[in-house]
Design a binder for this molecule. Structure first.
Ligand SMILES: O=C(O)C1=C[C@@H](OP(=O)(O)O)[C@@H](O)[C@H](O)C1
Ligand SMILES: C=C(OP(=O)(O)O)C(=O)O
Length: 442
């Protein structure tokens, strides 16, 4: 074992734990972008504090937004955002935006950069330089925005904003990522004519994330017509300043809920929203298919694992797929995950990575054209590589709960969206141990 490897906690006992999850990445970074173009000061309460949100804050500050941390009541500081001043011009030498590996930064910020004066250069981690970007670059160019990209449509590239975008009708192939559409829609009301965005090509993945974008836009007064499939029409107009409490990240709740299945125990998550745009609410449909009991009462989601994990056949799990695949690897019958070919363009090629790491532990996973087939096989300990992917790291943690001797390489990569993951995971496991000790003493 090297120092970088994290011995995944293994539990011989069914867990019995209550866990609180930090705020949603997708909501935090959408609200940050909207606050930067709003018609006044906005406040984000209990926002996410993580690498991806820090990168977004850095990008928006560089483009002239004022973002201040003020004391909050959600356990983390609130953010007060003063929008980018009208006519903001990049300093001499231009602006450099570090996207890290954050899809929300590399996709959501370039259309915003088109609205400032001067060059904004986008760069990122080595793994970011192979993530799909070309359709977004082409759509911006279709609106007359100059993008200097070395001709390949990947990062790094420079957006040469002129302070205004005329807008109008543009086509985009968003088969590779829903974020291309969300990116254009988020700032489209600030284009002179608004935007008529038309998706061409295969079906758009992660459609729940587009619905999230549309609902948030409407909540801040932006008029969006999405009544025709594959067309989104955004009227020009202001973005109303807002004051919002962020929901916890229901996708990141996944590994903790999966822990209930992996140990045949119970995990509770309080403050589960009654109505939400987050795709992670789908855990309530997904986990029963594995044989778990799921209840939502008085805002507490309670998941109890069944005596065995059944295999599943599920489509469109989107960013829930790595955690779902980890549960499949522990199931007693075969599973198939469909409709996730675009995971090949996520933080890593997640289909290849999941197959490699599950099989390295003795499992039996194979890639299909659009997903994975995972067949039961006895698993053993070993190193689970994370490929700089927070959801690979947490997938390794799930398997390690049920399989002794799993070590996750680079658990620190969970800082992308959940910097406290190792401590939260250890606390979840030790809650059960503490409860056992108390019971033994009683
Ligand atoms: O808009 C968003 O916040 C996201 C959209 C999805 O991207 P893809 O459409 O590329 O899957 C999702 O996987 C990602 O984690 C977050
Ligand atoms: C795909 C993901 O991230 P990103 O926002 O970087 O695309 C993810 O978090 O699963």
């Amino acid at each position: 074992m090297t120092a970088a490897h994290w011995p995944a906690p293994f539990s011989t006992k069914p867990l019995d734990a209550t866990v609180t999850i930090p705020a949603s990445k997708s909501l935090t970074n959408r609200y940050l972008v909207l606050a930067a173009i709003a018609d006044g000061q906005s406040r984000l309460r209990a926002p996410l504090q993580s690498r991806d949100s820090d990168l977004m804050i850095g990008a928006l500050r560089a483009m002239g937004a004022g973002i201040a941390e003020v004391p909050g009541s959600g356990g983390v500081p609130d953010l007060v955002v003063t929008p980018i001043p009208a006519g903001f011009a990049a300093p001499d030498g231009g602006i450099l935006v570090d996207c890290g590996l954050a899809g929300t930064v590399m996709r959501f910020v370039p259309p915003l950069a088109a609205l400032v004066n001067g060059p904004v250069r986008f760069d990122g981690d080595p793994a970011a330089l192979v993530r799909p970007m070309a359709p977004l670059v082409a759509a911006l160019e279709g609106l007359g925005v100059l993008v200097e990209d070395g001709g390949d449509g990947f990062l790094p590239f420079t957006v040469h904003g002129t302070g205004a975008v005329e807008g109008g009708h543009v086509r985009i192939d968003a088969g590779g990522s829903s974020q291309f559409i969300s990116a254009m829609l988020l700032v489209a009301s600030r284009f002179v004519q608004g935007l008529h965005l038309e998706h061409t090509g295969d079906s758009v993945p992660s459609v729940d994330h587009i619905s999230m974008t549309v609902e948030i836009l409407r909540s801040v007064g932006v008029v969006v017509d999405d009544s025709t499939p594959n067309h989104w029409i955004v009227a020009p107009g202001p973005v109303a300043a807002f004051d919002v409490v962020l929901e916890q990240d229901l996708s990141n709740a996944g590994p903790f809920l999966a822990a209930a299945l992996a140990t045949r125990g119970t995990v509770r998550i309080p403050n589960w929203p009654a109505n939400t745009t987050q795709v992670g609410d789908k855990w309530r449909e997904i986990l029963p298919q594995f044989g778990a009991t799921v209840t939502l009462e008085d805002g507490v989601l309670t998941v109890t694992g069944g005596p065995e994990i059944h295999g599943v056949d599920i489509a469109d799990t989107s960013e829930l797929a790595p955690s779902t695949a980890a549960i499949c690897a522990l199931a007693s019958t075969p599973s198939r995950l469909r409709g996730i070919s675009h995971l090949r363009g996520h933080e890593t090629d997640r289909l290849a990575a999941l197959v490699a790491e599950i099989n390295a532990l003795g499992g039996n996973a194979e890639e299909t054209e659009d997903g994975l087939i995972i067949t039961p096989a006895p698993l053993r300990g070993g190193v689970f590589h994370s490929y700089h992917d927070h959801r690979m790291a947490t997938a390794g943690a799930i398997i390690g709960l049920a399989v002794p001797g799993v070590e996750v390489e680079n658990i620190g990569t969970t800082a992308k969206t959940m910097p406290d993951f190792p401590a939260m995971w250890a606390a979840m496991v030790s809650q059960t141990a503490a409860a056992d000790t108390t019971a033994a003493r009683a």
